[in-house]
Write a protein that binds this ligand. Structure first.
Ligand code: NAD
Length: 266
């Protein structure tokens, strides 16, 4: 590749507001925070959701009320044809925007199944792998012709891959698979100036943890005590790190797995 080609890619990279940022699982929690932040940064945000159309519409409304642009679309990532179904639903919702390159793809949607290995059913395990690892793989695969040169892929993993937790082994394995995609894909898409990174959030107060964390001051204190930055943090702390990786300033970071736990168990 010539220097001219490289300069062209860098110029494309700087024109971030030209493109669309697709965020999976963006109707709530960390995904909603990522969508809001990318909307504020000037991207047209495609807010993916599974079934809660009202919550997705609320995220779209907040982004547009703040002066940004957004639309929503639905797809169940537990379905085996997720790659094609996801983008078909996207195209239907994007309308005239369907031919605009996707500058940022954030694979955020995920599920957790609690229980040590002997308590986890085969069905639960397969669902974990499908939603957390297979779906992002297929969504990226089908996205390749749509991704802008100089674009970004960010996969949301988990701090659980660094600090073992026996009660969520299947979840950890699925996130490990997602992380393992980062290097090879960064290598493969690097010539197009596309960066591929993953982030590892720590335990965050979202619906995923509502059952045991929300309103449980003892559990919160335990987590805060494990963190160098000594606070619980929230979805926006994670969303801002994703926005950082999506930014022009992060153009030289690729193939990396970024810990975003506030320094948990350093
Ligand atoms: P959440 O449960 O609030 O959000 C998960 C999102 O994924 C939801 O929007 C949900 O609709 C979507 N989703 C789940 N199954 C889906 C399916 N079959 N099809 C389509 N969408 C589906 O949880 P969150 O905390 O906001 O999680 C966001 C990401 O962050 C997940 O990948 C999660 O594993 C990761 N994470 C969360 C924590 C935490 O403590 N909350 C910690 C580390 C990593």
């Amino acid at each position: 590749m010539s220097d001219t080609d490289l300069r062209d890619i860098e110029a494309l990279d700087a024109r971030k507001s030209d493109g669309i940022a697709v965020v999976t699982g963006a109707s709530r929690g960390i995904g909603a925070a990522i969508a809001s932040r990318l909307g504020a940064d000037g991207y047209t945000v495609a807010v993916h959701y599974r079934q809660d159309s009202a919550a997705a519409a609320d995220v779209v409304e907040k982004i547009t009320a703040a002066g940004g642009a957004a639309f929503s679309f639905a797809a169940d990532l537990a379905e085996p044809d997720t790659g094609t179904a996801f983008w078909a639903s996207y195209d239907a919702a994007a309308g005239a925007l369907r031919d605009v390159p996707v500058r940022v793809l954030v694979n955020n949607a995920g599920i957790v199944v609690d229980g040590v290995i002997e308590e986890t059913s085969t069905e639960d395990f397969n669902r974990l792998l499908q939603v957390n690892a297979t779906a992002p793989y297929l969504i990226i695969k089908e996205a390749l012709p749509r991704l802008a040169d100089g674009g970004r892929v960010v996969n949301v993993s988990s701090g659980a891959t660094r600090v073992p937790m026996a009660g969520i082994a299947g979840y950890t394995m699925s996130k490990g698979a997602l992380e393992a995609l980062t290097g090879p894909l960064a290598q493969h898409l690097g010539p197009r100036g596309i960066t591929v990174n993953a982030i590892r959030p720590g335990t965050t107060d979202t619906d995923m943890n509502a059952g045991w964390l929300r309103g449980n001051s003892e559990a919160v204190a335990n987590i805060v005590g494990l963190r160098a930055l000594r606070r619980m943090g929230g979805p926006a702390d994670v969303g801002d790190v994703v926005a950082l990786l999506a930014s022009h300033d992060a153009r030289w970071i690729t193939g990396q797995i970024i810990d975003a736990t506030g320094g948990e168990r350093l």
